[in-house]
Ligand binder design. Sequence first.
Ligand code: MSP
Length: 514
Amino acid sequence: MPNKNFYITTPIYYPSGKPHMGHAYSSIVADIFARFKRLDDFNVFFLTGTDEHGLKMQREAEKNSKEVKIFCDELSSKFKDLTKILNLTNDDFIRTTEKRHFKSVLDIWNRLEKSKDIYLSKYKGWYSVSDEAYYDEDEIEIKNNNKISKVSGSKVEWVEEESYFFKLSSWEDKLLKFYNDNPSFILPSSRRNEVIEFVKKGLKDLSVSRTSFSWGIPVPSNSKHLIYVWLDALTNYLSALNFPNTSDQKYKKFWPASIHIIGKDILRFHAIYWPAFLMAAKIPLPKRVYGHGWILSDDKKMSKSLGNILDPIEIINNFGVDQLRYYLSKEVSLGNDGNISLKNLTNCINNDLANNYGNLCQRVFAYINKNCNSKIPSCNKLEEDDKKLNNQIIESLSELRSLMDNQELNQYLKKVINFSFNANKYFNDQKPWSLKEKNPERMSTILYVILNQIRSISVLLNPIIPKATEKVLSILSVGKTDMTIDSLKDTKILKVGTILKKSDILFKKIENDN
Ligand code: MSP
């Protein structure tokens, strides 16, 4: 019996400002995989949340003259609101300021102390508050009189303080062996190579506590120290499963995680530190870490100073949530950086959603409403062209599953939208309107076959554009139990004689004034 449990996570976001497109992107992508797995009959647990400790959050609160917990509460709730706005199906929303999380971080810390992977010494080196990361001398450069990290471009400051260290150096060989034994632990493979090269160059022990500020989880045996925010944050993936209670049902069912979806900028933490912490704490490792690329605007990383930020909420208000979800999945190849613009968004909505899928549904429904008393017509003898159309999806199911299992989202999408293109072509070529008088039986069959295509395409698109596809499936009276990937093998699910429900327009065409 294959393991039908699937645990997927997004990064937990710093609620240091309002959510932006990068946050929306990680979340939408994770939601799409979660939804697909549910349609494929998996028990899914999908987690997102906010990362609230550390100097970055403390300083941000001070800048806003707010007490830090109040500041976190306010901004974290904006991220929680975003889950609704993006139509995410997360099963939980974790905050690192919650009690359940403290418990699990303290347990991890105690395990690391017990295994003698932690020792007290002094840290002397560079730190980026914006990344909450330590950098080596050779990772620093000077730009406009500022010392910045070559890796992220963010400012670094000099830190000299007593600190606990995690013996990362002693995990080097075990990490390399792990990457070797588990070739799909880090995806895409270009990222895997980067990580392996980095580890091969040699790992230094990692400072895992700070003493110069107050906002975080204190080290249990020495409250002068706060646990390093990344050790704190990464543990969220366990906290949500009620760790340290390892006999808890949730933990037993869902750990190790199937996949952590993250941006490439936080790969080091997830692909090196996290597995090393877990190995040292004797906890099984997640199965995969997928580092997606950056969303660029006008070929540049979005930033306040460049003024090129595309606000997800504004786009959703103007164009719709399905439209944004579709556009990001289609235009950006998941593993790579991808440029987005309002002009491309408009073209994508018009070409794929309004003219292709939307038009397919609308014209077929309109035809049936007008010519068949709004009833699903009967399916009579199938001809070669009908079988060919039916088979285009049935024969692709295993490929579609494997595309989703390998996170090849935009390949998946291209395939599905091509089915819709073929279905439109079939409708044009078969000309059911020319058969109304001379061969109504054949006309019915054509309409039934095409309705079944609409059903199948809608199920396949459902993880990406849930709102519109749910509307279409409800027009066809397809219930939740028939909304599965497996059901697509059955071409006779639609009930003949069922009245098509009324609905408004699916996708409005957008006037392009560029
Ligand atoms: N708090 C840490 C994550 C801890 S996970 C245990 C963090 N938070 S973040 O808010 O700065 O970023 C969260 C995610 O947003 C990262 O995966 C990051 O890659 C993603 N993005 C931020 N800007 C982005 C783009 N412009 N494009 C795509 N994603 C980017 O890091």
